[in-house]
Write a protein that binds this ligand. Structure first.
Ligand code: GDP
Ligand code: PGA
Ligand code: MN
Ligand code: MN
Length: 588
């Protein structure tokens, strides 16, 4: 346990507020973690799974009303409302503290307060940052222990420093009417009450590593982004790294771990995973942009994960994994979800814990946002640079989303500033990762709409500033869309491992090894430059999904103009200029 005065003073405050019966300091030792697993099993908070087939694996079910992030109950509590901006909910900080402390007061009575010291990023890395989360949930402790680097080492590195982030989580009654996820960027403080769902309560992840960190990044000159990081190794053994921002449940985990098509693997191409959800990026000594993954595990979407779509993710969940809201197979005490295989169990419990028969039931067995929490080190293709303190150099940044129409399979921005524009106009169909309607197209700039901890107009400005800082060493910027639909509503592009064909084009563009066609929105590949070998996919269909339809894009430009109005004076002039140039090119 630490002697850090600022930490001890806050823990005393928390004890007085929450009145736990007991305080347990998490040191991250296996003995302590194992005792907590056993305790959670004894109360039903966790179910121990078949230890022969799934060693170290457990199942947890959340409350039925508590299965996804709650964007409408997420607040940025900056002193000035303008600093939260038009895309965030805002509360005045003093009012918010009072409301939240009133809700949390006394709520640990009869319970244990767990104190979790954790590092986002390799312990001791100059890019890492430290947080403390207090919680009354063993599920949170065990998940944080997978998702972040937890324990005594972290406290040693922190020493007496006051540079750490406070996180208060209190389950309370899981009352959805009193559920609040609040961030105080100016105070380095996060408070989350009345939820037990990962995205709302694992405070190192979205709350710290994106909302608070994006604000710190603006102040300190670096970037916290909703991006995967992967390395592409060519047959000569050279590795190039790219990062990619897609909205939640739009393919980050899958792309981060993809296995290239057979023709490529035979020749020695490989993909290495550095991160699947969050990137912290900073200019390195060589002038390039370097990225770390601040996390230590994967909090992945279970449905759709199978041996064909994402074998590496599936393999990652075979040991020491916590499953949330999936099906429990009662015959062999293992788990199942939609899209795992074609053999749903007949004797099972659904995600709510109700009897469920996969052969006869019309309802889904797993929740569409059911998740696995798996240690990153389980992943067969984890990068050798996963723990590298200075991260990896980024050659390309890729934006993308779910668009049935309009957006081509891939295009490249004209330059950095145009790339910032491309990121700012991202739009994607909503998914089950957040509560609310699914399948509605919404603007989600840089996939950061739910995660930007300050005014998004200022966030755009920060991107332009980073472009200036990086100059000609800045990564090239691309946009992809794996989700174009045909008239029958089927995905046209095979996706998954075959996305490597697009990555190959992107890397070739970065190396100046392939030409492209200029369109109104940017550079698109010549169809013959996307390798279709070994794939049953016609080049004409490829041409269709690479085409830029100027009529559709003119409508898109109107939508962008409407969206930009939100930002008023905060919209950087560069973006207004970019939109004007796009319109001009479209009118030609
Ligand atoms: P993340 O939340 O951004 O990490 O997204 P995931 O990688 O977990 O994927 C979310 C959902 O999209 C899953 O159901 C995947 O099966 C699906 N998905 C991922 N990549 C592709 C793709 O290339 N094509 C299609 N059609 N679906 C994909
Ligand atoms: P995802 O992560 O991006 O993998 O879905 C969780 C989330 O964004 O809620
Ligand atoms: Mn995410
Ligand atoms: Mn993911």
């Amino acid at each position: 346990m630490t002697t850090n005065k600022s930490v001890l003073a806050w823990i005393d405050e928390m004890k007085a507020l929450l009145t736990p019966d007991k305080v347990v300091w998490i040191d991250g030792s296996e003995a302590q973690i194992e005792a907590l697993r056993a305790e959670a099993c004894s109360t039903g908070e966790l179910i121990k799974l078949n230890q022969e087939k799934l060693p170290g694996c457990y199942l947890h079910r959340t409350k039925v009303n508590d299965v996804a992030r709650v964007e409408d109950r997420t607040f940025i509590c900056s002193r000035k409302e303008e600093d939260a901006g038009p895309t965030n909910n805002w509360k005045e900080p003093q009012e918010a503290y009072k409301m939240l402390f009133d809700i949390a007061r006394g709520s640990y009575k009869g319970r244990t307060m767990y104190v979790i010291p954790y590092s986002m990023g390799p312990v001791g890395s100059p890019l890492a940052k430290i947080g403390y989360e207090v919680t009354d949930s063993i599920y949170v402790v065990l998940n944080m222990n997978i998702m972040t680097r937890v324990g005594a080492e972290v406290e040693k590195v922190l020493g007496d420093s006051e540079d750490w982030i406070k996180g208060l989580h209190a389950k309370c009654d899981i009352d959805p009417e009193k559920r609040y996820i609040c961030h105080f960027p100016e105070d380095n403080y996060i408070i989350s009450v009345n939820s037990g769902y990962g995205g709302n309560v694992l405070l190192g992840k979205k709350c710290f590593a994106l909302r608070i960190a994006s604000y710190l990044g603006k102040c300190e000159g670096w970037m916290a982004e909703h991006m995967l990081i992967l390395g592409i190794e060519n047959p000569q053994g050279e590795v190039k790294y790219v990062s990619a921002a897609f909205p939640s449940a739009c393919g980050k985990t899958n792309l981060a771990m993809l296995i290239p098509p057979e023709g490529y693997t035979k020749n020695g191409y490989k993909v290495w995973t550095v991160g699947d959800d969050i990137a912290w990026m900073r200019k390195g000594e060589d002038g390039r942009l370097w990225a770390i993954n601040p996390e230590y595990g994967f909090f992945g979407v279970a449905p759709g994960t199978n041996v064909k779509s994402n074998p590496n993710a599936l393999q990652s969940t075979k040991k020491d994994t916590i499953f949330t809201n999936v099906v429990l197979n009662l015959d062999d005490n293992t788990v199942w979800w939609e899209g795992l295989d074609k053999n749903p169990p007949e004797n099972a419990l659904n995600w709510k814990g109700e009897p469920w028969n996969g052969k006869t039931s019309t309802e889904k067995g797993a929740h569409p946002n059911s998740r696995f929490t798996a240690p990153a080190k389980n992943c067969p293709c984890i990068s050798s640079e996963f723990d590298a303190v200075s991260g990896v150099p980024i050659s390309a940044i890729i934006f993308g989303g779910r668009r049935a129409q309009t957006t081509p399979l891939v295009y490249q921005s004209r330059d950095w500033d145009n790339g910032v524009f491309v990121g700012s106009i991202m739009a994607s169909e909503t998914t089950a990762a957040a509560t609310g309607a699914v399948g509605v197209v919404r603007r989600d700039p840089m996939a950061m709409l739910p995660f930007c901890g300050y005014n998004m107009g200022d966030y755009f400005k920060h991107w332009f500033e980073m472009g200036e800082v990086l100059g000609d060493k800045a990564p090239k910027i691309f946009n992809v869309n794996w989700f174009r639909l045909d008239e029958d509503g089927n995905f046209i592009w095979p996706g998954f491992g075959d996305n490597f064909r697009v990555l190959e084009w992107i890397i070739k563009r970065c190396e100046g090894k392939v030409d492209a066609d200029e369109t109104a929105i940017g550079y698109v590949p010549k169809a013959e430059d996307i390798n279709l070998e070994g794939l049953d996919f016609s080049i004409d269909t490829l041409r269709d999904i690479l085409a830029v339809d100027n009529d559709l894009w003119s409508k898109e430009a109107e939508g962008i103009e409407e969206f930009y109005k939100k930002f008023g004076d905060k919209l950087p002039k560069e973006l207004a200029d970019q939109l004007a140039s796009l319109k001009e090119r479209l009118s030609k």
